[in-house]
Design a protein around this ligand. Structure first.
Ligand code: BG6
Length: 483
C-alpha cells in the first residue's frame, strides 16, 4: 500500500548515512511501488552540487548498496530526487528551500531528516521555524547518537521541544526496525505459551548477546569518544532488554509500548562495578592485517575506550526480582551473532533421580543472522537402557519456515522511514526513554573514569575477554550465543 504523498528533506544528503541507508531504503520502497507519484526527496547539504551531479551521486550509492539496479527503476527514482545547497548556519540556501517546499500543506506529509551531527540540530530546527517550513503535521527524524550523556541528551530534547511537539520527533534506533526485533513482541504477546512462564518464578536468567566481527575501521574519531557502552549498550541492547522484559502493553500503539519500555529502564538497578567487564581488542600473536588492534586502528596508543562490554543487570520489579540479565556486545569477535537466550529453571523435583542430571528448557531467539527460534526440550533417550534423559532442539529457522517471505522483509530503515511518513511512532524512542537510558549508563561510565579503569585486552576473532567468562562462572553459568 503506497504511503501518502510526501516531501522528505535529507539534511546531510551527501553524507555516509544518506548514501548507505536512507537513499537505498527509499529506493527499495520505490521499487516496491510504495512511494506515490509526486513524492519528492530533497538532498540538502553544504556542497555546491547541481541537481544532476547529486543525482549521479545517488545513482552511484544505489548501485553500490542495492545490488542489481534496473535502469528504468533508477531513472524513475532519480526523477524524485532534487538537491539544494543548504547550510544550517547560513540563511542563504534557506530561501531556495522555502521556495521549493512552499507552505506546509495538509495533503502532503513533510519530513525533515536530520542526518547530521547533533551540534546542527538546534540551528536546523531554528531555521525551519524562522522560514515557517513546519506546521503541526511536519515530522523530524533524528539519528543516534542522541547525546553523549544525560545532560547532553536533555539539552537536545529541550532544543527540539522548543520547536516541535514530541509527537513530531522520530528518534531512530535502527534495531527497532529490524524484523526479528519486532518479532520479539509477536512471540511474547501473540502466544499463550510463553507469557505465563515469563517471570522470575520460571526464568533462571536471560542473556542478550550482540556480537560483531567488524572492527571500528572507518569511524575511528566517533567511536573512540563513544565506546561500546554508548555506541551499543545504551541504545540497541537496552531496547532489546526492554522488549524482553516489559509488561504487556494494552495495545500495540506508540505510547502504550513506550510507557512499558520506560518502566523497565527506570526499574534497572545501578550496576555494581564488579558486575561489568570492559574489553578492547588486540591482535592475536602472529596475526597480520588491518584493524586487528583497536589502539592502532584509532591511532591512539593509550586509548582506554572499550570495544567490548559485558554486564549483569537487575530489574527491580515484581516480575523480574532475582532474575539476572546478562548483556554483552563487542567488536571484532569470532562471529556475527545477535541472540537472546532465556534460560528456564530446572523442574522443581526430578522423578528420575539424581543420575538423570540437570535438564532445563532454553529458549533461543536468533535475531541475526539465521533468524529463528529454538526451544531446548528434554526427552527420553531412545533405547532399552532405562529412563535416561536427553535434550533436543525444537528448531525453527525463519528462512526455512517462511521461505521467500523472510528474504523479502524490508531492511530496518525501509520500515522506519515508511513509519515516519505514516506517522507511526511505535518503533521510535521517546525523549524520556532516551534520558532514562542515559541516567542508567552515566554512573557506569563515571565509575570507570574515576577509578581509572582500563579495558581488558581480548584477541581479535575471539569470544571476548576472559573476565567476561569469569563474570558468568562466578554465578555458575556460561555464556551462550557465540561460543
Ligand atoms: C550502530 C553502531 O548503531 O549499529 C555500530 O553505531 C554497529 O557500531 C551497528 O556496528 C550494528 O548494527 P547492525 O544492524 O549491523 O547489527
Amino acid at each position: 500500500i503506497p504511503v501518502d504523498p510526501f516531501d522528505l528533506v535529507v539534511f546531510g544528503g551527501t553524507g555516509d548515512l544518506a548514501q548507505r541507508k536512507i537513499l537505498p531504503a527509499l529506493f527499495r520502497r520505490h521499487c516496491d511501488e510504495q512511494l506515490p507519484d509526486g513524492a519528492r526527496i530533497i538532498g540538502a547539504a553544504r556542497s555546491d552540487l547541481t541537481r544532476e551531479s547529486y543525482q549521479a551521486l545517488v545513482a552511484e550509492a544505489l548501485q553500490t548498496h542495492c545490488g542489481a539496479v534496473a535502469p528504468e527503476q533508477l531513472a524513475r527514482f532519480l526523477d524524485r530526487v532534487l538537491y539544494l545547497r543548504v547550510d544550517a548556519t547560513d540563511p542563504a540556501g534557506w530561501q531556495a528551500l522555502t521556495q521549493e517546499l512552499g507552505k506546509p500543506r495538509q495533503d502532503r506529509v513533510r519530513v525533515f531528516y536530520f542526518s547530521v551531527g547533533p551540534s546542527l540540530f538546534a540551528p536546523l530546527a531554528e531555521q525551519i521555524w524562522a522560514h515557517e517550513l513546519a506546521d503541526d503535521q511536519t515530522r523530524i527524524v533524528v539519528e543516534k547518537p542522541f547525546g553523549h550523556d544525560l545532560a547532553s541528551a536533555r539539552a537536545l530534547n529541550q532544543t527540539l521541544a522548543s520547536h516541535f511537539d514530541e509527537s513530531q520527533i522520530y528518534r531512530i534506533d535502527h534495531y527497532l526496525g529490524k524484523e526479528t526485533v519486532q518479532n520479539l513482541m509477536a512471540i511474547r504477546f501473540g502466544n499463550m505459551l510463553f507469557e505465563p512462564l515469563w517471570n522470575s518464578q520460571y526464568v533462571d536468567h536471560i542473556q542478550i548477546t550482540v556480537a560483531e566481527t567488524v572492527g571500528v575501521g572507518g569511524r575511528e574519531a566517533y567511536y573512540d569518544k563513544s565506546g561500546a557502552m554508548r555506541d551499543m549498550m545504551q541504545n540497541h541492547l537496552m531496547q532489546l532488554l526492554c522488549l524482553i522484559a516489559m509488561e504487556p502493553p494494552a495495545k500495540f500503539d506508540p505510547d502504550a509500548v513506550r510507557d512499558e519500555k520506560l518502566k523497565v529502564i527506570r526499574a534497572l538497578e545501578p550496576v555494581e562495578p564488579h558486575h561489568i567487564v570492559r574489553g578492547q581488542y588486540v591482535a592475536p600473536s602472529g596475526a597480520t592485517g588491518s584493524d586487528l588492534t583497536y589502539r592502532e586502528t584509532v591511532g591512539a596508543p593509550r586509548s582506554t575506550t572499550e570495544s567490548y562490554v559485558a554486564l549483569k543487570a537487575h530489574i527491580s520489579n515484581w516480575r523480574w526480582a532475582g532474575t539476572p540479565f546478562y548483556l554483552r556486545t563487542g567488536k571484532r569477535l569470532v562471529a556475527r551473532s545477535s541472540v537472546i537466550n532465556v534460560f528456564f529453571k530446572d523442574a522443581p523435583h526430578s522423578i528420575f533421580g539424581a543420575d538423570a542430571g540437570r535438564h532445563a528448557n532454553l529458549l533461543t531467539i536468533r535475531l541475526q543472522p539465521d533468524e529463528g527460534i529454538t526451544l531446548k526440550v528434554t526427552i527420553k533417550e531412545p533405547g532399552p537402557g532405562g529412563m535416561r534423559l536427553m535434550d533436543v532442539p525444537l528448531d525453527m529457522s525463519f528462512a526455512q519456515a517462511l521461505g521467500d517471505n523472510i528474504h523479502g522483509a524490508p531492511d530496518a530503515y525501509e520500515r522506519l522511514i515508511t513509519d515516519v511518513i505514516r506517522g507511526n511512532q511505535t518503533l521510535f524512542m521517546r525523549g524520556d526513554e532516551v534520558e532514562a537510558a542515559w541516567a542508567w549508563t552515566d554512573p557506569i561510565i563515571a565509575g570507570w573514569t574515576s577509578r581509572g579503569d582500563v579495558p581488558k585486552p581480548y584477541d581479535s576473532g575471539s569470544t571476548g575477554p576472559g573476565d567476561a567468562d569469569l563474570l558468568m562462572r562466578r554465578d555458575q553459568r556460561d555464556w551462550r550465543g557465540i561460543n
